[in-house]
Design a protein around this ligand. Structure first.
Ligand SMILES: *Cc1c(COP(=O)(O)O)cnc(C)c1O
Length: 291
C-alpha cells in the first residue's frame, strides 16, 4: 500500500473561542502523505487495494484541471507502479497548470474531453468508448467517490472516534463521498457539519443518502464564495490571516471556505456552549496558489 504518516490533533487557541464557550481542534490530515493527502488518501485506500487484488495495472479517473483527486491519483499510481489515465474536463491549456504538470510528471496520461461530453462521465456508452481506446482499466469516478471510498473514510472516522472526544465534526464537501463515510463511521452522538464549496449544491443531500441512512448531519450552504474554484478578496484575506495567526495553511477551494464558515457560525452562536468542534483538515494544499 501507499505510505501513511500518522497526524496530529492541534488545539487552536483564540479569544473568539473563549468568548463563545467552544473549543476547536484540528485533525491535521493534510499531513498524512506529501501528495496523496487529506481525505484523498482515505478515499483511495480501498480502491487501490482492489486494483492490486484484481492484478489490474491501469487506473482511469475523471477530474477538472485543478482537481486534488487527479493530483492524488497520479501520485498514488506512481508510488504503486501502476499506469494512470486522467480524463480532464475541457480543453488543454498550455503551459499546463501546476496540478496537471505534476500529474503528467508522475506518468499520468492526460486526455481532454469537452465539457459537454464530460457530463456523460458516468454513462456506460462513454466508459465503453474509453475501454475501446485505452483497453483494460480500473475506473475511479470523478472526485474518487464510490462505495470503497466511503468505506475508507468510515475507517478514518472510527479511528477518530476512538482517538478523541468531540461534539461536532466539520469538513468541506465536494462530491459528498467523504462526509458520507464520516457519518457512517462516527458515533451517532456526534454531529457532522459539511460545508459545500459548490454553489446551489442541494443535490448533495441525495448523494450522501446513497451511502448512509443516519441523520446526525447537515450541510451549510452559505460559504461557497461564488462557487467551485471561485474565490473573493475577503476569502483570500481570511485565509492569509488564519495562516499567520495559527500557522495552519488552508486552500481557497475547500478548507478556507469551511474555516470561514466555522468562524462565522461560532460568532452566530450556532454551536452549543461548552462543546468541542473537531475540524477535519482534508488537505488540498496543492491547489493553494492556483485560483
Ligand atoms: C476532494 C476534496 C474535498 C471533497 O471531498 P468529497 O469526498 O468529494 O466531498 C474536500 N476537501 C479537499 C481538500 C479535497 O481535496
Amino acid at each position: 500500500m501507499i505510505k501513511y504518516d500518522k497526524t496530529q490533533i492541534q488545539k487552536i487557541k483564540s479569544q473568539i473561542f473563549e468568548q463563545s464557550g467552544v473549543q476547536m481542534l484540528i485533525k491535521r490530515e493534510d499531513q498524512n502523505h506529501p501528495f496523496v493527502s487529506g481525505n484523498k488518501w482515505w478515499k483511495l485506500k480501498y480502491n487501490l487495494e482492489e486494483v492490486l487484488k484484481a492484478r489490474q495495472t491501469t487506473l482511469l479517473t475523471f477530474g477538472g484541471a485543478y482537481s486534488n483527486h487527479i493530483f492524488a491519483t497520479a501520485a498514488a499510481a506512481h508510488e504503486l507502479g501502476l499506469k494512470s489515465i486522467g480524463i480532464i474536463r475541457g480543453e488543454e491549456t498550455l503551459p499546463l497548470n501546476p496540478t496537471l504538470s505534476f500529474a503528467k510528471a508522475r506518468g499520468m496520461q492526460l486526455y481532454y474531453i469537452s465539457r459537454e461530453t464530460y457530463r456523460n462521465k458516468t454513462e456506460a456508452s462513454l466508459i465503453e468508448e474509453l475501454h475501446t481506446q485505452f483497453g483494460d482499466f480500473y475506473l475511479i469516478p470523478e472526485g474518487g467517490t464510490n462505495e470503497l471510498a466511503v468505506k475508507g473514510c468510515g475507517e478514518f472516522a472510527r479511528q477518530l472516534n476512538a482517538e478523541i472526544d468531540f461534539d461536532y465534526l466539520c469538513l468541506p464537501v465536494g462530491t459528498g463521498g467523504t462526509i458520507a463515510g464520516m457519518i457512517e463511521g462516527l458515533d451517532k452522538s456526534k454531529r457532522v457539519i459539511g460545508f459545500p464549496s459548490l454553489k446551489g449544491a442541494t443535490f448533495l443531500e441525495g448523494e450522501i443518502r446513497k451511502y448512509t441512512s443516519k441523520k446526525n448531519w447537515q450541510l451549510v450552504y452559505d460559504y461557497h464564495f461564488g462557487g467551485y474554484a471561485k474565490s473573493t478578496d475577503e476569502l483570500n484575506e481570511f485565509m492569509n490571516e488564519f495562516e499567520k495567526q495559527f500557522n495552519i495553511p488552508l486552500d481557497p477551494i475547500y478548507t478556507a471556505k469551511m474555516m470561514f464558515g466555522i468562524m462565522d457560525l461560532i460568532n452566530r452562536n450556532f454551536f452549543e456552549q461548552g462543546s468541542t468542534i473537531l475540524v477535519f483538515h482534508t488537505g488540498g494544499l496543492q491547489g493553494r496558489q492556483q485560483i
